[in-house]
Design a binder for this molecule. Structure first.
Ligand code: SAM
Ligand code: GLN
Length: 297
């Protein structure tokens, strides 16, 4: 079987399994099976797969047909300007979260320009860090900053630490196990308030979880998705404790569900100045951003 034939068969199988975009995914899977890159794949379309490669491709294809996420099969993924390892049991970062990172960098504006001159390093807190995606992408873009990344999942915290080192920001990111809903379990608090708090908390309505795509429902940990009856349990808990974590004048940025904007503004407005909702690339209101009111206690 040639590479071109393998790709055609693969596309047909992926489409039959309901996977979109089948063309792109087929190329990624074939490149992975051949241990090469997508661009190198096409240097010789007529090259034959050897039996080991055919077996490898068959095994990968079966995993994807069973709707295992592509990122888990490939083992790593690009996120903003970093590359993250992903593994079963830890939430797979989404493209819209890259837009949260961009929105933060834009909101910080002058802070980014001033980074080398700040007297003390500025500090960020990422609540529910998962793979470390948001904290690592931000520290990568903000060389003068340090950060704390927290998750209640020990698996996530271990992965975030590895990802931080792999992307060269391990010295600037402390990773810790902690629960942001429990005052007794906030080991990052003694270090004082942060200049920036970011979070992509669980925000799916519990009742909506069974209807999610199989890749999400069967592979992302439910603790990463389940936001309680209206999806906003975690966000309410987080908002209630913001004053302990965010210094007056500090920035907040949260990812939210597309139909939660008005409720989220109501929850944040007692604590956050100029709380605003920004659209994601598809135009959905998915990013809540603002500055903590000075003197709010
Ligand atoms: N920030 C990562 C990202 O954007 O890819 C992960 C986001 S995922 C939607 C939510 C994460 O929050 C999960 O890793 C979950 O384990 C963690 N989490 C949920 N509730 C938490 C809590 N009360 N305290 C700490 N972490 C929590
Ligand atoms: N974006 C995820 C999804 O649509 C949900 C992430 C979250 O709950 N924070 O499945």
């Amino acid at each position: 079987m040639t590479r071109a034939e393998a790709l055609e068969r693969l596309r047909t199988r992926l489409r039959a399994a309901g996977i979109q975009p089948a063309n792109q995914e087929a190329e990624w899977l074939l490149a992975h099976a051949l241990e090469t890159s997508v661009s190198a794949l096409w240097k010789d379309k007529t090259a034959l797969l050897d039996p080991t490669q055919e077996d490898a491709l068959e095994a990968l294809t079966r995993r994807r047909e069973r709707r295992e996420p592509l990122q888990l099969i490939l083992g790593e993924m690009p996120f903003h300007h970093v590359t993250l390892q992903v593994e079963p049991g830890v939430f797979i970062p989404r493209p819209e979260t890259e837009e949260l990172v961009e929105a933060v960098l834009e909101a910080l504006g002058g802070d980014v320009v001033d980074r080398g001159r700040a007297p003390d390093p500025r500090r960020l807190l990422d609540l529910g860090t998962g793979t470390g995606a948001i904290a690592i992408a931000l520290l990568h873009a903000l060389p003068g900053w340090q950060g704390v990344a927290v998750d209640r999942s020990p698996l996530a915290v271990a992965l975030a630490a590895r990802n931080a080192h792999r992307n060269g920001v391990g010295e600037r990111l402390r990773t810790m196990i902690g629960d942001f809903t429990s005052p007794a379990s906030a080991p990052w608090e003694p270090d004082g308030p942060f200049d920036l708090v970011v979070s992509n908390p669980p925000y799916i309505r519990r009742g909506d979880i069974p209807g999610l795509m199989p890749e999400v429902r069967d592979h992302d940990p439910v603790e990463a998705l389940d936001g309680g009856p209206d999806g906003l349990d975690a966000l309410r808990q987080l908002a209630a404790r913001l004053t302990a974590w965010l210094r007056p004048g500090g920035h907040l940025a949260l990812e939210i569900g597309a139909d939660q904007a008005d409720t989220v503004l109501g929850i944040l407005s007692p604590h956050i100045q100029d709380a605003r909702i920004l659209p994601d690339r598809a135009g959905f209101p998915r990013i809540a951003i603002g500055i903590q009111r000075s003197g709010d206690a």
